[in-house]
Design a protein around this ligand. Structure first.
Ligand code: ADP
Ligand code: MG
Length: 697
């Protein structure tokens, strides 16, 4: 139950069974598909129309088709057998045809279609036995009733047990209850787009005048989609404003440490890295709390950006922490960053679940004293007893493994720190806006120079022997390869069997010393040892489950073999492939599939072969799977939009975000006329929880 719903919306949130045409039984049926109040009926739009426009004749029309004509009624030919066809000869302006009934009572038909009279009939006309016939007309009207038949009849998405007529009646009644609401959209925008008012848009959307009115681009539909997106973006903008309003700490760096590191680097940061570093350090210098997302494809160099942010925290006299999703990644960060930390003269330490006993105690003490300035680790860094002396910045690497829930938890810990979330999974802009609209976003849209593209090939697993032969050759030349084993029915145990099995076979084929194995269930020490041997080049081939998916960096590895590639998602394949092509050598990615490939499998694999652009890949992914799936519906927190289409209305989402942020900037408490209207919109869109985020005063 929500409190505070504006009275003007009451008629739309009453019982569904109060609507014309909807009895208690239908109400239950509709509730099962999420239609619980008149408001939901309003937001269940027809997805198609039937053209009922009156024409002169059925002659020349494309058959079968639904036609509406005025006819003169001729002879009746009652059925000769029980259940046979009862035929009525009729004539329109140009031709004769038949109207046919089955199981009809004669007196019913003669009353409906009296001999010699004129009627308007509408229904599906088809050819049968060389003659046009209309079986069981949908409508029969007197000629002077023609007006009562809408030219286009809406067709609603239905659930079993609910008829079109019921939906039309209910929608008509719900529309009659819809109040005139004050405009919440920016008036300039409404004018520029030629949008009808909310109420008029709904009326139009429920009475589409032809197929074009069904299009997402029709002004009415666009307006309604915008409303949904605006409500969503307002919620996010309110969440953002609330977070930013919380007191934070200004951490202005002086550049001292950063300059040292940049001077010692063997490369120059890309433009995109510089831009992102500036955006982040500007946020950190501000007393408001930073809540920023750093989005960058695999290999775009997020680590350096993160480290510069951590150094800024240290320059400002505080500490920084970076949390990675896995032990392997945390260790890798340590190894990659330790030399840079030394350049800067900063103390960097690792803390993971494996730290135990006195060693852990010592680390915690050093941290609490401020002797450790930068902490890298797994979830362990946020355990209860971990205390910092002066924490300024928390970085969460590889956000996708954490999910939105953990992100919120971090906030709930009440840390007054700046937060930077990093994700290596490029997502289309519309989705980024939908999911991270409460954050500010920096994008690394440029890759460091000097990379050779990865050559990607598709190969049937019938060619396994050839692959193994080539691998032997490559290893002999000093190259290294990953071999990723298939996902078997979402089960780690089965994954494991597949990986172990492949491990044995490859050992037999290539030699025991050449092949290593890592998987998620291995004891830590063994996993580290296997990784270390691979990093050191001692093993040539590393067989694994998808544990290597995220972030692992072994520049000398230049071959990626993915077995049963068709069972992986596009984003995952892209991540996996991102493990190679990190050095100067030309790299190869072999996608092994089990024939026959189905259509979506083929599309995924060929997309991957054709491009390495993570954003492009994410767009195809979105096209193929839909928004909820791309983000992982369960944890995405993404609302299910009824009208807006994230795949096709990305620009509208961007407009909605700008508008929402601007509206809140001008009117943080939503008190102005437009602000009040926006509150009504939030209730209308069932975003009641957002209202609580509106700051008081
Ligand atoms: P990701 O964004 O996937 O986390 P990393 O930060 O791991 O990428 O960077 C990938 C590799 O690119 C690392 O070896 C890193 O040292 C290197 N690198 C980062 N920035 C640059 C740059 N501007 N020029 C050249 N190499 C870079
Ligand atoms: Mg990384």
């Amino acid at each position: 139950m929500s409190t505070g719903r504006p009275e003007i919306l009451f008629p739309l949130f009453g019982a569904l069974s109060g609507l014309k045409g909807i009895g208690p039984k239908t109400a239950v049926t509709l509730a099962q598909i999420g239609i619980e109040a008149p408001r939901d009926v309003l937001y269940t739009l027809p997805h198609s129309v039937v053209d009922r426009r009156l024409r002169d004749t059925v002659q020349g029309a494309e058959l079968p088709g639904i036609l509406t004509v005025e006819v003169e009624i001729g002879q009746h030919r009652p059925a000769r057998t029980k259940g046979g066809a009862y035929r009525v000869m009729v004539e329109d302006a140009q031709t004769a045809f038949q109207i046919v009934f089955f199981h009809a009572r004669g007196d019913y038909v003669s009353k409906l279609l009296p001999f010699g009279a004129r009627r308007i009939v509408s229904g599906k006309v088809e050819f049968f036995d060389g003659m046009a016939q209309m079986v069981h007309p949908d409508h029969v009207l007197l000629p002077d009733e023609a007006e009562t038949l809408p030219e286009f009849e809406p067709v609603y998405p239905l659930t079993a047990g609910v008829t079109q007529k019921t939906m039309v009646k209910a929608a008509t009644d719900a529309l009659s209850r819809a109040p005139d609401l004050a405009e919440w959209a920016d008036l300039e925008l409404v004018k520029r787009e030629g949008w009808p008012s909310w109420r008029a848009a709904l009326s139009e959307a429920h009475a589409p005048q032809g197929l074009r009115a069904l299009s997402l681009d029709s002004p009415a539909k666009r307006r309604l989609a915008y409303d949904e997106l605006l409500a969503h973006q307002l919620t996010l903008a309110l969440a953002r404003a609330q977070k930013r309003a919380k007191p934070g700490i200004a951490s202005p760096g002086n550049g001292r440490l950063r300059r040292k590191v940049l001077a010692a680097l063997s490369y120059k940061p890309t433009q995109a890295q510089m831009r992102s570093i500036d955006e982040i350090t500007d946020d950190m210098a501000d007393a408001r709390r930073m809540n920023r997302l750093l989005q960058g494809d695999v290999g775009s160099g997020k680590t350096l950006v993160a480290f510069m942010a951590l150094l800024t925290a240290v320059e400002a006299g505080g500490q920084g922490v970076m949390m990675a999703p896995t032990e392997i990644l945390a260790r890798q960060h340590l190894e990659g960053l330790q030399p840079l930390a030394e350049d800067a003269g900063v103390v960097l330490e690792l803390l993971t679940g494996r730290d135990k006993g006195s060693e852990r105690k010592a680390k915690l003490a050093a941290l609490a004293r401020g002797d450790i300035q930068i902490l890298v680790g797994t979830h362990a860094v946020f355990q209860k007893d971990v205390e910092f002396s002066d924490l300024r910045l928390a970085i969460i690497d590889e956000q996708h493994r954490f999910g939105v829930r953990q992100r919120l938890e971090l906030g709930r810990k009440g840390l007054a720190v700046d937060v930077l979330v990093m994700t290596a999974t490029p997502i289309p802009r519309s989705l980024a806006l939908a999911q991270y609209g409460d954050m500010d976003v920096s994008v690394l849209d440029e890759k460091p120079p000097g990379r050779t593209p990865v050559k990607t090939a598709l190969l049937s697993n019938e060619n396994m022997d050839v692959v193994v032969d080539r691998l032997r050759q490559a290893v002999a030349e000093g190259r290294q390869a990953y071999w990723v084993c298939p996902l078997v029915e979402e089960s780690e145990v089965l994954d494991l069997t597949a990986a172990e099995d492949r491990f044995k076979r490859l050992r037999a084929a290539l030699g025991d010393d050449v092949v290593g194995l890592v998987h998620g269930q291995m004891p830590h020490a063994e996993k580290d040892a296997a990784m270390a041997r691979f990093v050191a080049g001692k093993t040539g081939v590393l067989v694994s489950t998808t544990v290597i998916e995220v972030g692992v960096n072994v520049p000398n590895a230049s071959i990626m073999v993915i077995e049963r590639a068709e069972t992986f998602g596009l984003a995952q394949l892209h991540q996996l492939r991102g493990r190679v092509g990190r050095g100067s050598a030309a790299s190869t990615c072999l996608l092994l599939y089990q024939p026959p490939l189905n259509e979506t499998g083929l599309k995924r694999l060929t997309t991957l072969r054709e491009t390495e652009d993570g954003f492009r890949i994410s767009e195809v992914d979105l096209e193929m799977r839909g928004a909820g799936d791309v983000l992982g519906t369960a944890q995405s927190g993404l609302p299910r939009f009824r009208i807006a289409d994230l795949e096709r209305q990305a620009s509208l989402m961007a407009i909605a975000q700008d508008d929402a942020r601007k509206l809140l900037q001008d009117d943080p408490t939503l008190k102005s006329d437009r602000g009040q209207a926006a509150r009504v919109l939030l209730y209308l869109m069932k975003q009641d929880q957002a209202i609580q985020l509106i700051s008081v005063g």
